[in-house]
Design a protein around this ligand. Structure first.
Ligand code: IMP
Length: 413
């Protein structure tokens, strides 16, 4: 699970863990996520397919995901459709009007825009909640699909024209033809994810639940309204797949050694200066999905403490420690002053989240060569102290430390 605002480096960690896992399942979000996998010297970019796909694992898309079939087709083309994939029939489908309304709504917000990824995520989840969504089981059944799509299309078209004063750049027949063809191609992946997972878990098989986005983008617990429309916190893993928590042995929170955020919204430790720029360049902090530069700031323990409360992490994977190499002084936010009051957790209300003044401790910098660091003890003492400070404050062990993009540049403790 992402412990911050997404982009914590979950892709690398899940790819590593997928090696030792029989099934990898995604439970929320859609193609607003993104990760790059390098395997056998080839680079793959995925937004929707779970990690583990290039390792030929059984990969599943749970009912909590919103699925854009056009995107899925492109990703499957990359791997010549060699995929051991299952899609839950209850999974909601992102239709062209969802993408249309995502951008129409953002434009209507003017200065108060959220900075969404523009992939139709929010409108699709809204229709799901409004009980007017199209599910995978509808998409793969021509007659059901025509019936439900027809009703929704013309209502949405009216909203587009009357509320937003815009015409759809597609007709019903065009959408129907294209999507029923996609339905035909994807039908073979139909599988009840809940049933599959339950029997695998009962048989003692290992399953990796792969979170997308991060805790503070959670629809319930994030920096609302600057959030995504799903639950990247731990409960999403269960409501988004259809199994209980009886078999869960680990809840891994993935946190970057500093903090980043894409899109608008509160960010107390943000570095709006040359140093922030330097970390952004060194950490290649540009969105995988939209290419937008990520906002950068110091590590924030108030965020992580709160993320730990929401998720119950049993361990932390701390990523991109190498990006901090060479800085003479490192800061970690240990508390905030909110209207003169010291607080240790991330506040609930957006006004307070915006008014937080971070209180830092300062730690000495470090430098190391990631290529030769194999064990935790190979790190300089100052780098070890940085990691130990985090685990002492959170009272959660940091079991994985990532010191580079390569799989080999990972320390397991
Ligand atoms: P949406 O998910 O496209 O609706 O975007 C809502 C907010 O979540 C925006 O601030 C996005 O930048 C952010 N967001 C969505 N997905 C990701 C992600 O995978 N990483 C980081 N930020 C994301």
């Amino acid at each position: 699970l992402g412990a911050q605002f997404g982009d914590e480096g979950k892709g690398k960690i899940t790819d590593l863990l997928a090696e030792k896992t029989e099934i990898v399942v995604r439970f929320q979000g859609g193609n607003n996520a993104g990760h790059t996998v390098i395997a056998q010297g080839k680079e793959y970019k995925f937004h929707l397919l779970p990690s583990g796909i290039v390792q030929n694992k059984r990969v599943l898309i749970g009912s909590g995901v919103v699925l854009d079939p056009r995107v899925l087709r492109k990703e499957l083309d990359q791997i010549q459709w060699k995929a051991n994939l299952g899609i839950d029939p209850r999974t909601h489908i992102i239709m062209p009007w969802h993408v249309f309304f995502d951008s129409a709504l953002e434009s209507s917000r003017g200065k108060e825009k959220i900075g969404t990824t523009g992939r139709g995520i929010g409108p699709c989840y809204s229709d799901k909640a409004n009980k007017q969504g199209i599910r995978f089981c509808d998409l793969i059944d021509q007659e059901k699909f025509r019936n439900s799509a027809e009703k929704i299309f013309f209502q949405k078209q009216e909203i587009a024209e009357k509320v937003f004063g815009q015409k759809f750049p597609f007709s019903f027949e065009e959408v129907f033809q294209e999507y029923s063809q996609l339905g035909k191609e994807l039908a073979k992946f139909n599988s009840d994810v809940s049933v599959e997972l339950f029997s695998a878990l009962e048989a003692g098989k290992s399953v990796l639940f792969e979170g997308a986005q991060g805790t503070f983008l959670d629809l319930n617990f994030g920096t609302y309204p600057f959030v995504t429309s799903s639950n990247p916190t731990v409960g999403g893993a269960f409501t988004g797949t259809g199994v209980g928590f009886k078999h869960v042995s680990k809840v891994i929170g993935v946190a970057k050694a500093y903090t980043t955020r894409v899109g608008e919204g509160p960010f107390p430790t943000e570095l709006n200066n040359e140093l922030g720029e330097k970390i952004r360049e060194k950490g290649k902090e540009f969105g995988t999905t939209t290419g937008r530069p990520r906002r950068v700031g110091w590590l924030d323990l108030c965020l992580l403490r709160t993320a730990n409360r929401f998720n119950g992490f049993t361990e932390i994977a701390l990523t991109k420690l190498d990006v901090l190499c060479g800085l003479p002084e490192l800061k970690i936010c240990t508390s905030y002053s909110v209207h003169g009051k010291k607080v240790l957790d991330f506040p609930v209300e957006i006004e307070e989240q915006k008014d937080c003044v971070p209180e830092f401790i300062s730690l000495p910098g470090f430098d190391f060569d990631s290529a030769i660091v194999k064990e935790f003890s190979d790190l300089p003492k100052t780098a070890q102290d940085y990691v130990k400070f985090v685990e002492k404050e959170l009272k959660v062990p940091v079991k994985i430390v990532s010191v580079g993009a390569d799989r080999k540049e990972t320390i397991f403790r």
